[in-house]
Design a protein. Sequence first.
Length: 143
Amino acid sequence: MFEANYGATDPVPPITRDHPMDLGTFSISLAVKDLSTSRAFYERLGFEAFQDTAPDHYLVMKNGTTIIGLFQGMFEDNILTFNPGWDTNAQELDVYTDIRELQKALRSRGIEFAQEADEDSTGPASFVIVDPDGNPILVDQHV
């Protein structure tokens, strides 16, 4: 059986046709040239700073339930990002599928990994896969 987060009382159902895989909250991580210019642009589109970490060269912004991350000088490509264990407000969920279980399920489906989570660890971890067109997908568990 797939495990819920540590200490949760309700187990996460196994990944089946009736219970599809849930990779977590989705956002797009954008590689930007100038954080303040990008911030101003997305503010004009109605986004607001959600987690303001501009001194660290990145910023998370929201417009409703749509989440974008702006990252200056941290990576070259835009990245599709999923955060298991978090809701759209970066609050820990009571029940979610742990990243190590997601990794095992994806591996069993023939997915290859560019970077893997340590399956013997607990808590925060991440893995990276790449789609057929070269787009990186980061699954990043913070809890």
